[in-house]
Design a protein around this ligand. Structure first.
Ligand code: ZN
Length: 556
């Protein structure tokens, strides 16, 4: 069904309440596992209907924020959503405590029950005021960052518009841009320190209230870490320090030669070529068209997927003044339709939407007929494999987007992805240290960051920039504020995506077959089981990282 023809129905909260009240009572009184599972299927239908209306309302509003009717629906949804979540949690508790657990586990999966357990251990009524305060602190950080007005060369920029100058072709220009960037953060660093200090203490208080020593365990529960915990992550970071850091140092030396400077400075970061980083050659419409040609050639599955998306108006990616900023992929369960929202602006970010976001959407499309909702409750380290691997599977079509600079793009993308690995681990280790010692002062936290940078990014030379030298760089990394321990998901997924890269260079068809298999497995089994089934090595296994680096070295 075309998006414009999908009916939208305002959610009636009285109806939601009476549905869940009856479901909870029926489920408690079920006389067998079969009966309870039949009731659970009613929950799927009901929640799919609700979720579909939520997604349609959000998407319509994001596509045109000036339409009052849509804005009203969006406000209404924000208001009722916590109530729906609460009723859903209450119901799932009944499922979790079912006397027919074995039967239900077989139907719904062990993973789902583990997730319910983690959720139950992550909240109680007493911490709700703390959680509200936590949300307010996050909003405060977001508002501060969004309202940045940075003077540069006689104009005023926000942080995202300043970005293009940070990687400008001209070295003097980017040096001045980095100075403006650093000056801005210096002017708000005390405020950010204060917000973060309150967040760390708030989260620690939540953890203590729930009976944990500190926030680390609770943070893992909230990230649905149902298959690996701190010990595995620490082992992984150790492997990255040993194997990736020296490799990335070599890549930086290569980059230095490429851009022809005597010594790399922090204002050379992410600059790969003297003639500028590659940008797409076509208009936004041409990029979308090239995407269609590419997916038609890649495989029958992707051809079907992309045509389905186009025919049913499930892309809204062209930039318009009335649209919300940013981009994302979502899914409308009732019509089994992924949707993609973006704002194309003629940069390589547009191509990322066609590769990365379409990777997410493609996975949603191939699993659209899975009836057991829990089988699609992906955790982030898995979901990002689908998207990041697609970035590599589409490499050979990059000439459609970048013309004669396709090779430059591929080189930049691979080097950039490799360079990210130690950085992502550093963000993760920083947060472990912070939440292990919540009593640290802001200055001590910055000293921790500065020390970690020497271990994970030893090539970085901040010259005499005080803000960066003293360990302030992390203040721009939103994930540290939004959701502790989230960032490592990108690193784990990226490592597996690189395994696919190595594989496809040896045998593209085999690699693609196993990629499809992994997409289809969705969230049916635990992380490492799924990797093994799809023929991939777990990043937690000794030597996975080392072997991967050996393979990647041959490509650089
Ligand atoms: Zn993603």
């Amino acid at each position: 069904m075309k998006f414009s023809e999908m009916p939208y129905k305002r959610i009636d909260m009285d109806e939601v309440k009476s549905f869940f009240t009856k479901l909870i009572s029926d489920s408690k009184n079920a006389k067998s596992g079969e009966e309870q599972f039949e009731l659970h299927k009613k929950y799927y239908d009901f929640i799919n209907e609700i979720k579909s209306n939520l997604v349609i309302a959000n998407f319509r509003h994001d596509c045109d924020t000036t339409i009052e009717e849509y804005a009203k629906e969006k406000d209404y949804i924000d208001e009722i959503l916590p109530g729906i979540n609460q009723l859903e949690t209450e119901y799932l508790k009944v499922v979790f405590e079912s006397p027919y657990r074995d039967f239900l586990e077989q139907k719904i999966s062990k993973v789902a029950f583990k997730n319910m357990e983690l959720a139950n251990n992550s909240i109680n009524d007493k911490i709700i005021p703390l959680m509200q305060e936590e949300n307010a602190l996050i909003s405060k950080y977001d508002k501060l960052i969004a309202s940045a007005k940075i003077p540069f060369d006689g104009e005023e920029y926000n942080l995202s518009l300043l970005r293009k100058f940070l990687t400008a072709d001209d070295r003097e220009t980017r040096k001045r841009a980095w100075k403006a960037y650093s000056d801005y953060f210096t002017s708000v660093t005390d405020e950010i320190d204060d917000i973060y200090d309150k967040l760390v203490k708030n989260r620690t208080a939540q953890a203590k209230e729930l009976g944990y020593d500190n926030y680390v365990e609770l943070g893992y529960n909230r990230m649905n870490r149902n298959a690996y915990r701190r010990k595995e992550v620490e082992g992984f970071r150790k492997q990255v320090k040993e194997s990736f850091v020296p490799f990335v140092c070599e890549i930086q030396e290569l980059r230095r030669k490429n851009i022809g400077v005597d010594a790399l400075k922090y204002y050379d970061n992410e600059v790969y070529f003297t003639n500028g980083n590659p940008a797409p050659t076509g208009t936004p419409e041409e990029i979308l068209k090239a995407g269609q040609e590419m997916y038609r050639e890649l495989s029958p599955e992707t051809a079907e997927f992309f045509d389905f998306m186009t025919e049913n108006e499930l892309f809204d990616v062209l930039g318009r003044k009335t649209k919300k900023q940013g981009g994302y992929m979502d899914f409308i369960p009732k019509y089994k339709s992924p949707i993609i929202f973006a704002n194309f602006n003629g940069t390589s970010g547009d191509v990322d939407v066609i590769t990365h976001e379409c990777g997410h959407a493609f996975q949603g499309y191939v699993t659209r007929d899975i009836e057991i909702k829990e089988h699609n409750d992906l955790t982030m380290e898995t979901a990002e494999i689908h998207s990041m691997s697609m970035e590599y599977f589409t490499y050979q079509w990059m000439d459609k987007f970048f013309g004669d600079r396709a090779d430059d793009y591929r080189k930049m993308h691979l080097m950039d992805s490799i360079t990210f690995i130690p950085y992502g681990c550093m963000v993760d280790e920083f947060q472990h240290i912070v939440y292990d010692k919540p009593e640290m002062t802001p200055a001590e936290r910055k000293a921790v960051w500065a020390d970690l940078e020497k271990q994970y990014r030893p090539w970085l030379d901040y010259e005499d920039d005080e803000f960066f030298v003293n360990g302030g760089f992390w203040q721009k990394q939103g994930h540290i504020f939004w959701q502790p321990f989230y960032y490592i998901d990108y690193v784990l997924a990226s490592v597996v995506a690189m395994e696919f890269k190595v594989w496809m260079d040896k045998d593209f068809n085999e690699a693609w077959k196993h990629y499809l298999q992994l997409c289809n497995l969705s969230a049916k089994d635990f992380y490492e089981n799924e990797l093994a089934e799809a023929g991939l090595e777990s990043p937690f296994k000794a030597d996975t990282v080392k072997n991967l680096v050996e393979e990647l070295k041959k490509k650089i």
